[in-house]
Design a protein. Structure first.
Length: 150
């Protein structure tokens, strides 16, 4: 399968993934080269921005319009994203799809996430290829906005 040609005078529409890592410095950012999911998404052709923490994610969302938000709750945390207030606060900022990969979530945590505005919630034990496919599936259902240009 080849690349699609873009007519002269038009810019290709980008799909921006905001990858939120919930451990570490709550206001910091990191490179996709150091994050396996970020790297895989970049290799799949997405523009990836990575932030640490919900506070940084909120700021990013207010300044930018990501195509999708991916929450990564790594093993070092104990599902720090649990709580419907945190999910609904993100949902109030954007209509972009939100997918969460949580480390061994309880059924209650999954239900809180889904009821709080998350579109898909999975365990982080799913492999990177499946996580990329889930991002792709959610983006298929949400056409790109014309204001996202490369």
């Amino acid at each position: 399968m080849g690349l699609k040609a873009v007519p002269l005078g038009l810019k290709a529409v980008c799909r921006t993934v905001l990858l939120v890592n919930t451990n570490g410095d709550p206001t910091g950012t990191q490179s996709s080269a150091r994050d396996p999911l970020g790297l895989a998404l970049a290799q799949a052709g997405y523009h990836v921005s990575i932030v640490r923490g919900i506070q940084a994610a909120s700021g990013f969302i207010m300044r930018n319009r990501p195509s999708i938000i991916v929450i990564s709750d790594p093993k070092e945390t104990q599902s720090s994203m649990a709580g419907s207030d945190q999910w609904s606060s993100l949902r109030q900022l954007t209509d972009a799809p939100i997918i969460a990969f949580l480390h061994h979530p309880t059924q209650e945590q999954v239900l809180e996430a889904l009821d709080g505005g998350v579109d898909d919630c999975q365990t982080d034990a799913t492999g990177i290829p499946e996580q990329v496919s889930r991002v792709r599936a959610l983006l298929r259902r949400n056409p790109p906005r014309q204001d996202h240009v490369c």
